[in-house]
Ligand binder design. Structure first.
Ligand code: NAD
Length: 324
């Protein structure tokens, strides 16, 4: 039977890939997104445009803080399942404007949970983050590693998970929280490292490298993240469950830069600057549980992912020039 899946934040980076995948497999998709000004509206319109042309995807523009509008969209779409991706993302800006992170990521998540309960949806998948762990010297394990976020953003995701857990216990709602580890690929958010470094190298700008370039991140290619989300939507798990979706193979910032230089065939000019507040020295996922329960198996290495990304980026540039 055809499902309707409601995706909050469906015009964003991860959301637009998910919507495309669900629509391609024949699901009906209802997207709820407010085109938050964190980055350009045109980028998000371009992200979601091709999916809207597919016929089984509908877009409602609205804020998850607007409870009436959100409920009206649930009423109209009657989704069987919901993927809640809408959020204020980004670690560093969460220090400048922590209130907006608490509003969207905590109160907004509460509103989504209230709607899921009212409309008795089958399953909610909640976008959590590796930021809930803070800096972990060893691979983080879901139900073992303590949650010690280093930023208001990370704290807001801990609070979102806690609300999901409470709603699940109280009303039997099935909720799966997925802790994403630095996702990259085509359409990546402009504030994130791979996208930012690529643009700076191509325009000849000097790239600021925080710390000494030895911080390590567990990068996950977008197609692997999407496979994990789809597996979580399909898995018949009762109650509240949490999974890490990473690769478990962190790489150093300076090695990431070398991969991007190779992909672009350009040399990067680097400037070493002080470490940023809230940035952990390392993130690393233990994905044993996601593998065992969801069959999650990341397939794209960081190296291949960066090559795919830079090819996509260069191709886009050629298209822009070609259309002038
Ligand atoms: P994104 O900013 O590209 O997408 C988020 C979308 O949510 C945007 O389209 C935005 O317009 C929408 N949105 C924001 N506030 C909203 C509101 N109040 N009401 C309705 N829509 C709203 O970000 P992304 O990188 O695709 O991240 C998606 C989710 O995954 C977020 O919850 C983020 O915290 C989480 N996450 C992402 C990463 C990553 O590496 N990209 C890592 C960990 C967690």
């Amino acid at each position: 039977m055809t499902n309707t899946v409601l995706v909050t934040g469906g015009s964003g980076f991860i959301g637009s890939h998910l919507v495309e995948r669900l629509a391609q497999q024949g699901d009906r998709v209802a997207v709820y997104d407010n085109f938050d000004p964190y980055y350009d509206r045109e980028i998000k319109q371009a992200n979601i445009g091709p999916s809207l042309a597919m016929g089984n995807v509908r877009l409602a523009e609205g804020d998850i803080l607007d409870r009436d509008k959100l409920f009206a969209v649930f009423e109209a779409a009657r989704p069987a399942k919901v993927v809640h991706l809408a959020a204020r993302a980004g670690v560093r800006p969460s220090f400048e404007n922590p209130q907006s992170y608490v509003d969207t990521n905590v109160t907004g998540t509460l509103n989504v949970l209230l709607a899921c309960r009212k409309y008795a949806i089958e399953r909610l998948v909640f976008a959590s983050s590796s930021s809930v762990y803070g800096s972990a010297s060893a691979a983080a394990q879901e139900n073992v590693t303590p949650l010690r976020p280093l930023s208001p953003y990370g704290a807001s995701k801990v609070a979102g998970e806690a609300l999901c857990s409470a709603f699940s216990r109280r009303s039997g709602l099935a909720v799966t929280a997925l802790r994403f580890f630095t996702v990259f690929g085509p359409r990546q958010r402009p504030d994130m490292a791979v996208n930012r470094f690529t643009r700076m190298i191509m325009s000849g700008e000097t790239v600021p490298v925080y710390g000494d370039g030895t911080s390590r991140r567990d990068y996950t290619y977008i197609s692997d993240t999407i496979a994990g989300i789809v597996a979580a939507l399909d898995a018949d798990l009762p109650g509240f469950n949490v999974f890490n979706l990473g690769r478990g193979q962190p790489i150093m910032l300076r090695d990431l830069l070398k991969l991007i230089e190779f992909g672009l065939d350009r040399h990067a000019r680097l400037r070493f600057v002080e470490d940023q507040q809230g940035d952990p020295q390392q993130t690393c996922a233990d994905i044993t549980r996601a593998h065992a329960v969801l069959g999650y198996e990341p397939r794209v290495s960081t190296q291949n992912g960066v090559i795919r990304y830079t090819e996509w980026y260069l191709e886009q540039g050629r298209e822009r020039v070609g259309s002038r």
